[in-house]
Design a protein around this ligand. Structure first.
Ligand SMILES: *Cc1c(COP(=O)(O)O)cnc(C)c1O
Length: 365
């Protein structure tokens, strides 16, 4: 028997040619707005370092993360130059290091604003701040009624030299156009207040994948995009191929046992594949699409095919001839979103990075 957690031949295969093509497609689509590539959660489970390196090859110059640790990791990888925006949930012991490393900070509450300012002032540095307004998602951000006070305070801290207000932003639901329109109206009002207070921001950013693609008026100076760059489309949205995007990740397992009319496929992790997918989807096999019958802790049971043999590759999601299943397609069968499926892939499953195979003149490799 195999010890729990061994990979059993499973791998998440990351296609960097597809990633590069998606980055080109996304940048062309949103131009002249700038792409802030969101690389939170280990670049949506694909692997932070390799994704960031390919993005640099593609000419990406701005990155978005949620936590300061990841922001510092990206800074260490890239050196000075690229813009790195982090939106920490609150106080963090890494705040001083982040300010010293010129990490742009998303700030959406008064406590954090004061902390950022005092931390910066203590070291004589100026913190680069993107003020966040809550436009309805209620996740984070100054509420509309708090905003006028917040911008006046931010302006005072700016005049004192502790912070520079370089950005204004919000995050929207992208669930319905009407709600997004309401959110944008609040954003516009907030921008007006900011200007009145005397803050001149260089970067206004509102949209993530879906709105950035579909709605030019949501693009402002920059858009924060993760999912579409990784080939994960929106739930119930247009197909990735219709958007000119390619799947980047494929989750593969290998046959570890052949039984009468079923095969057992190693997937090597306790929780990599949601068990609720059993009986609802097909997986890709050398014999074509076959039903996924059962999901156990480290193995999948799949309907067999003629000539099934040990070691045969089985694709749970990813590009393929007969089983075209993206993480999003799988997700929809169980009422969740593609990111959720990607993020479920255990860090213990090895990532195999297929190089883009292309060094492009004019961009640093
Ligand atoms: C994750 C995230 C994004 C990216 O969203 P996608 O739908 O993956 O493009 C943008 N902004 C914030 C604040 C996020 O947390």
């Amino acid at each position: 028997m195999t010890a729990p957690g061994e990979s059993l031949g499973a791998a998440l295969v990351v296609d960097h040619a597809a990633l590069l093509a998606n980055l080109d497609a996304v940048r062309a689509r949103v131009a002249p707005a700038e792409l802030i590539l969101v690389v939170k959660d280990d670049a949506y489970g694909l692997g932070l370092g390799p994704v960031v390196r390919t993005a640099i090859t593609a000419g990406v110059t701005s990155f978005g993360v949620s936590d300061l640790g990841t922001a510092l990791e990206v800074r260490a990888m890239l050196g000075e130059g690229p813009r790195i925006i982090a939106w920490p949930a609150g106080a963090s012991p890494l705040l001083g290091a982040a300010i010293a490393a010129s990490i742009d900070l998303g700030v959406g509450d008064a406590t954090l604003l004061e902390l950022v300012a005092t931390t910066a002032a203590a070291t004589g540095a100026t913190a680069r701040v993107h003020l966040k307004i809550d436009t309805g998602l209620h996740r984070n951000g100054f509420r509309s009624e708090e905003w006028p006070g917040a911008v006046v305070r931010a302006r005072a801290l700016e005049e004192a030299g502790a912070i520079a207000v370089v950005g204004a932003w919000s995050h929207i639901a992208e669930a319905s156009d009407a709600e997004d329109d309401d959110a944008r109206a609040l954003f516009e009002e907030a921008l007006g207040r900011l200007a009145e207070a005397g803050c001149r921001v260089e970067l206004r950013h509102l949209a993530a994948s879906a709105a950035a693609f579909a709605r030019p008026e949501f693009r402002y100076d920059a858009v924060r995009i993760g999912a579409f760059c990784y080939g994960v489309r929106s739930a119930d949205g247009p197909r990735a191929s219709a958007l000119g995007l390619r799947p980047v990740a494929a989750l593969r397992g290998a046959v570890v046992a052949v039984e009468e009319d079923e095969v057992v496929v190693g997937i090597g992790s306790l929780d990599g594949v949601p068990s609720t997918l059993a009986g609802r989807v097909n997986v890709g096999t050398p014999g074509g699409a076959r039903a996924l019958r059962r999901v156990d802790a480290e193995v999948l049971t799949v309907a067999s095919w003629p000539g099934a043999a040990l070691g045969d590759p089985v694709t749970v999601f990813g590009p393929g001839e007969q089983h075209e299943r993206s993480a999003t397609t799988l997700a929809e069968t169980i009422g969740t979103i593609g990111e959720e499926i990607l993020l479920r892939v255990s860090p213990r499953i090895p990532r195999i990075h297929l190089p883009a195979g292309e060094v492009r003149p004019g961009n640093p490799a």
